[in-house]
Ligand binder design. Structure first.
Ligand code: CP
Length: 309
């Protein structure tokens, strides 16, 4: 039996290198299939999505992914139109939605929400972003993008810049990178440095340096992963205003990078990457969003099919 069958996807920490590489080969396989063959993978299966926070890419790529493998989707993208407005709990909402579906995709502002949902759900739960803690399917998409665009992950020098305190994609990516032999350079304002409670665990598997200066190792990087400063997670707007616009990746900076370096961003972006970068060969953030559809189709196919595909 395929080892991912009926398994929750809660944390990237639950995946080792072998499992990640297996998901990447299934993603490659899906990308090579024609649409008729692809639609047989999870024919008739239903995905339910439950989003307590806004989303464009994650929700729509799951929607598109399940349709591409022959399934369908239903769900709640605007929580104000659901019975949570009448006071229904997360537990009851999850239990009901798992009755109507084969897999449940949850985004929620609280750390631990997906793990809790998995405990009460009768169907597998996929974490589509939980608080400031994790966004595992984004990390799988990010690692796949690096592998696809750089042809390897081991041996690369990767810069991660922006909001390292509140950005959940950063934590999942760092834990995912812990499976590889990479050199990581973290760049953030002093007040947005990576949280020390997480560094203890990350340091066991990954070597990284920290700086406030984006130019410090810019000419050595193979990958620059840019993140948005997460205004919505700041307890105090004054603190946000102090760091807003701290880093802007523009042509001047790009010219200092290796010719074949790639620029990634989980998106949405505000002003942290200038739009004139978009048309350069280095900009891979829109490809990254496209790969997200295929990595999610692979994850769904593996979760929903006993024998894989
Ligand atoms: N990258 C990401 O999670 O984007 P959305 O918030 O639009 O889903």
């Amino acid at each position: 039996m395929n080892k991912f069958y009926q398994k929750d996807i809660i944390s990237i920490k639950d995946f080792d290198k072998e499992q990640l590489e297996e998901i990447f080969s299934f993603t490659d396989k899906i990308m090579r299939m024609d649409s008729t063959e692809r639609r047989e993978i999870s024919k008739g299966k239903t995905l339910a999505y439950l989003f307590y926070e806004p989303s464009t890419r994650t929700r729509l790529s799951f929607d598109s992914a399940i349709a591409s493998i022959g399934g369908n989707s239903l769900g709640i993208s605007d929580i104000s139109s659901s019975s949570t407005q009448k006071g229904e709990s997360l537990a009851d909402t999850v239990k009901i939605m798992s009755i109507y579906s084969d897999v449940l995709v949850l985004r929620h502002p609280l750390d631990g929400s997906s793990r809790f949902a998995a405990e009460v759900s009768s169907k597998p739960v996929i974490n589509a972003g939980s608080g400031t803690e994790e966004h595992p399917t984004q990390a799988i998409q990010d690692l796949f993008t690096i592998k696809k665009e750089k042809k390897m992950i081991d041996g690369l020098k990767i810069g991660i810049v922006g909001d390292l305190k509140y950005g959940r994609t950063v934590y999942s990516l760092l834990h995912g990178l812990g499976n590889y032999d990479v050199d990581v350079h973290l760049i953030s304002p002093e007040s947005l440095r990576i949280r020390t409670d997480s560094t203890y665990e990350i340091k066991k598997r990954l070597s990284f340096s920290e700086s406030t200066d984006i130019e410090e190792h810019i000419d050595e990087l193979d990958v620059l992963y840019v993140t948005r400063i997460q205004k919505e997670r700041f307890p105090d707007e004054e603190e946000y205003l102090k760091v807003k616009g701290s880093y802007i990746v523009g042509m001047d900076l790009l010219k200092k990078m290796k010719d074949d370096a790639i620029v990634l961003h989980p998106l949405p972006r505000l002003d942290e990457i200038s739009t004139d970068i978009d048309s350069t060969k280095n900009a891979k953030y829109f490809d990254q969003a496209e790969y997200g559809k295929y990595t999610r189709a692979a994850l769904l196919g593996l979760t929903l099919n006993q024998d894989g595909f």
